[in-house]
Design a protein around this ligand. Structure first.
Ligand SMILES: [Zn+2]
Ligand SMILES: [Zn+2]
Length: 178
């Protein structure tokens, strides 16, 4: 079966400045396999404008796809929509190191769409921007309840520094030359 991401650009390449629109709505599984943040059946909505240059095609537009994950602070479900703003270049003869290749009369949107979605989907999502997270001492969800644990213990980096200072003082005391 022909990939829906292959776009024939013979027509738009005929004259520089020509524009072609591409609208696609394809399931995640058509290009991304086994990413726990993305439901294989979720739809990737692709809305692009291809504009020909003398030496390639500029692709502008947007890609949207819903994601589903776990909040990194409170471990409750977190969900949202990945929105990518696209501004990419395709070239027949690659002179720009960031350009994607044009092969014959075809431009394959799949690698570009895949890169954008994977890059823009959050790695460490929050259920909401001000999520209070779990209490590090008792584990209570601080979005839902308050506990009596008070402030968390001092930053371990400071206690390491304290330990270093104590060791230094001890060595100075035991060294007869000081
Ligand atoms: Zn949360
Ligand atoms: Zn607590």
């Amino acid at each position: 079966m022909r990939s829906p991401y292959l776009v024939n650009i013979a027509e738009v390449m005929r004259r520089a400045g020509s524009v072609q629109h591409v609208h696609l709505a394809e399931p995640v599984e058509s290009i991304i396999d086994g990413d726990p943040r993305l439901d294989p059946a979720a739809v990737i909505t692709i809305d692009l404008q291809l504009e020909s240059l003398t030496d390639g095609i500029v692709v502008h537009g947007t890609i949207d796809v819903p994601w589903d994950d776990t909040c990194r602070r409170c471990l409750n479900p977190a969900a949202g929509v990945t929105h990518s703003d696209i501004d990419e270049l395709y070239q027949q003869v690659i002179t720009d190191p960031d350009a994607f290749p044009i092969e014959g009369d075809q431009l394959d949107l799949a690698p570009m769409v895949r890169d954008a979605v994977l890059l823009d989907t959050p790695q460490a999502p929050l259920c909401r921007p001000d999520c209070a997270g779990l209490c590090p001492t008792c584990g209570i969800d601080r979005n839902e309840a308050t506990c009596g644990c008070g402030e968390p213990p001092a930053d371990p980096r400071w206690s390491q520094l304290d330990g270093l200072r104590q060791a230094l003082e001890a060595s100075q005391q035991s060294d007869p030359a000081v």
